[in-house]
Structure formats: structure tokens, C-alpha cells
Design a protein around this ligand. Structure first.
Ligand SMILES: [Zn+2]
Length: 425
């Protein structure tokens, strides 16, 4: 095997072993964590499993019925972290809204609202304060996308019933001018548990300087989560296997996060628990989405211009990336960014990744060759930064990225608390 390549056959094997529904906080998620720990032990490493508490939602029964001007029952699914209706349901006028925003919620009082998009913190607050009776989220065409709220929103603003409806049914309801209906939904939230899996390959020269390589291993409901994110989890495993045999100057800390899909809970728990050690974490390489035979590799840089330029040069040298942008990636690098830790997020998008968060996110779209280039560029990047005489990047995010981070965190209902070092512009 070449020294500048990971074993892509093995990486795909790890991906296969993890491609089953691993819904956040479930026994299947735990099984996946134990599988990852088992793979690591076989490499001679000593993984730790860090357990944490989490509120998990159940996914029981729901019905949506149009009663005026025609009568028909539709199959729907409760949205996670919503409230159950009374047994007989709630009957109310229906209103369709294009775009949930505080302004359009002025006339939702006492109504069941049909809409396409999800909520931000502000729109959810307005929705609850305007006393809407419930909501029906219309899914995307050709795919049923599961629904959940940010778990923080109901805690802050109160719970309302809400369900997800298939696109074709939504189209029928809107085109037939449904004006009155009934919603029955049964769901609940209970205390559950999840876990992060961590392992370290100690640096030979600078063991107190750490580069984190992370990936979430949970999936959404109904989905085998092959590309999102058995792929990133498998790539992280293959990288760990590679560097076990040839450690670098700095420490590599690998983390497989649980409960990313219900609000980055595993990674927020991790940064909270390990906040004192985050000063040592120089950089995060986050791997979320990949594995597709047909696809392109993209890089999202949550850091300053220097880092973005560096990745651009790396991109030119390797020809690996189809795009490089400076932004916040909706994934486990966010909690690190709050502490000013810069990150590089790599994902292979396109092809089968359009089935993400559906039952179609399966191995059918995937194969070993998907790991070759992303594996090579990840190795190259890690080797450069973890072997550098002086670490080339510092903590702190530019103001433009801080603003994006603030918006992202506040939309989820969390309070933004940037704890990183300030950077000027
Ligand atoms: Zn993901």
C-alpha cells in the first residue's frame, strides 16, 4: 500500500459495517459506537466511550384529516420534540404559509399552519406566541424528509403539535383549497443516553498540541445514513489506522460524535466537558458526508483568510476540491468554533448525497473509490499541520465568520457565547 494513501477498500468496509439506521440516542446508535470502538481496538488502540444524557423523542402515530371542502385522511409523522394532541385531535381552520416569518404569523391564531420550511428560533417564538394550534410541514418532492425541531426551542418557548406530510399529499391539500381539518399526533420526549467515542495517537514531539479529526456516526430516523455519515466515520477510522503505524509530531485526537443529527448534541457536550483542554486543540478536521461513487469534494473553512488560502493552495496542488468556501458548516465543527478553534470541513457531495436524511441514503450509491482522493488529501493536510515546526494557524475567527456562527447558533435556540480570542476584522 502506498504511504500517501489510506486503504480505501478497508475504509469502505468500515462504511458498510456502519450503514444501518442509527438514530440519535437509540440502542442502534450505541451498537454503532461499540462497532467503532471494536474497529479501533483491532488496530491496537484504546478507545474511550464518553456517555452523556440526552432528551430523545419517540416517533409514534399521527393522522392529518381535511374536513372542508372535502374529506380525506393523510398519513403524517410527528415532528421530533413537538407535543401530542389530545386523543380526539385538534380541529381548526387551515392556513398555508409560504415562508415562516414573524410577520406572516400574525394571523395564525387558532389555526393549523401548513408550510414547507422549518423554524428558526425567532419564527418558532412568533409561532407559539401567536397561539397557532399546530403545524404541518410539507416534505420535499420524491422524498420524505423526517422532521424535528431544535430540542432547545420547545424548552425555551413552549411545545406545540407538529407533523411531517409527504409532498404529493401537501400538493393535493393546497391545490384543493383545504380550509378546515383535524390533526391527531402522539409523540413524547424522554431521557435517554448517547455516547462519543474518542481515541488518541500521541504526538512524538509535541504531544500537548492536538489536532482533532471528527465525524458523527448517528443517522436520522428511517435512514441507513450511508453517506451521512457512515462515510465520514469510516474515513476517520481509516485515518486512525494509517497514523497508528506512523504517528506524527503532534497528537491526533479522533472523535466519533453521537446525536449530531438532533442538534450537534454530542459535540456540544464534548466541548462543554473538555473546555479546559480546548486551548491545546489547534485545529479540527471534520468529516461529514461522503462515500458516493459519483461526487465532488468540497471544503468549508471555518477560520481566517490564512487558513482558507492554505487550503486553496493544497487544493491546487492535489486537484482535490471542487469548491472551497469560508463559512460555518452545519456539523460538529460548530461547538469548537464557539471557542475560536478553526476547522476544515471536508465532504464529498453530489451523486447519492441528494438522498441524505431519507431511507434512500444507502450503500447503493457508494464504493471504495470514493475514499481515494479525500483520503489522500486528508492525509496530506494532517501530515503538514501536525508535523509543522510551528503550528501555522492560531485560534480566533474573523468577524464575518463570527457573525455567521452567531446566526447559526441563535437560529437553533441556543444563546451565542463566543469564547474564542477576538480577531480584528
Ligand atoms: Zn451529517
Amino acid at each position: 500500500m502506498r504511504k500517501d494513501m489510506i486503504d480505501s477498500q478497508k475504509a469502505f468496509g468500515y462504511m458498510k459495517s456502519l450503514s444501518f439506521e442509527r438514530r440519535s440516542g437509540s440502542p442502534e446508535e450505541k451498537r454503532a459506537a461499540l462497532l467503532i470502538a471494536g474497529h479501533l481496538r483491532k488496530m491496537g488502540l484504546k478507545p474511550q466511550v464518553e456517555r452523556f444524557d440526552v432528551d430523545v423523542f419517540s416517533f409514534e402515530d399521527a393522522v392529518f384529516e381535511v374536513t372542508t371542502p372535502y374529506k380525506k385522511r393523510y398519513k403524517v409523522w410527528p415532528v421530533g420534540y413537538t407535543k401530542s394532541t389530545p386523543k380526539e385531535g385538534i380541529a381548526a381552520p387551515l392556513v398555508y404559509i409560504d415562508n415562516p416569518n414573524p410577520g406572516t404569523f400574525a394571523d395564525v391564531r387558532g389555526k393549523i399552519v401548513l408550510m414547507e420550511g422549518g423554524f428558526t428560533s425567532k419564527t418558532y417564538q412568533a409561532f407559539v406566541e401567536n397561539k397557532a394550534k399546530g403545524f404541518v410541514r410539507i416534505s420535499a418532492p420524491d422524498r420524505l424528509v423526517y422532521g424535528k425541531l431544535s430540542h432547545i426551542l420547545p424548552k425555551r418557548f413552549g411545545r406545540v403539535p407538529g407533523v411531517t406530510l409527504g409532498y404529493e399529499d401537501g400538493l393535493e391539500i393546497v391545490s384543493r383549497g383545504a380550509s378546515y381539518g383535524r390533526l391527531i399526533s402522539k409523540t413524547s420526549t424522554r431521557k435517554g443516553a448517547s455516547q462519543n467515542v474518542t481515541v488518541e495517537i500521541k504526538g512524538k514531539k509535541l504531544p500537548n498540541e492536538v489536532v482533532v479529526i471528527c465525524a458523527h456516526y448517528d443517522s436520522v430516523v428511517w435512514s441507513p445514513g450511508a453517506t451521512d455519515n457512515a462515510a465520514g466515520s469510516a474515513l476517520a477510522l481509516a485515518l486512525a489506522e494509517h497514523f497508528t503505524k506512523s504517528p506524527l509530531a503532534r497528537t491526533l485526537r479522533f472523535i466519533w460524535f453521537g446525536c449530531e443529527e438532533i442538534g450537534l448534541i454530542g459535540s456540544f457536550k464534548y466541548t462543554e466537558k473538555h473546555k479546559k483542554e480546548l486551548k491545546k486543540v489547534k485545529m479540527v478536521l471534520n468529516l461529514d458526508v461522503g462515500g458516493t461513487l459519483i461526487g465532488r469534494i468540497n471544503a468549508i473553512i471555518t477560520g481566517d483568510e490564512k487558513l482558507a488560502n492554505y487550503i486553496e493552495v493544497l487544493g491546487k496542488e492535489t486537484g482535490a476540491f471542487s469548491s472551497i468556501v469560508a463559512d460555518v458548516y452545519s456539523s460538529d465543527s460548530v461547538p469548537f468554533a464557539e471557542y475560536g478553534v478553526p476547522s476544515v470541513n471536508l465532504y464529498r457531495g453530489g451523486g447519492g448525497t441528494s438522498y441524505i436524511h431519507t431511507d434512500g441514503d444507502s450503500l447503493r450509491h457508494c464504493g471504495p473509490s470514493a475514499f481515494e482522493t479525500i483520503g489522500r488529501v486528508s492525509l496530506e493536510f494532517l501530515r503538514r499541520v501536525a508535523e509543522a515546526v510551528e503550528f501555522p494557524f492560531t485560534h480566533g475567527l474573523p468577524v464575518s465568520i463570527q457573525e455567521k456562527l452567531k446566526k447559526y447558533i441563535e437560529n437553533s435556540g441556543r444563546f451565542y457565547k463566543y469564547k474564542g480570542e477576538k480577531t480584528e476584522k
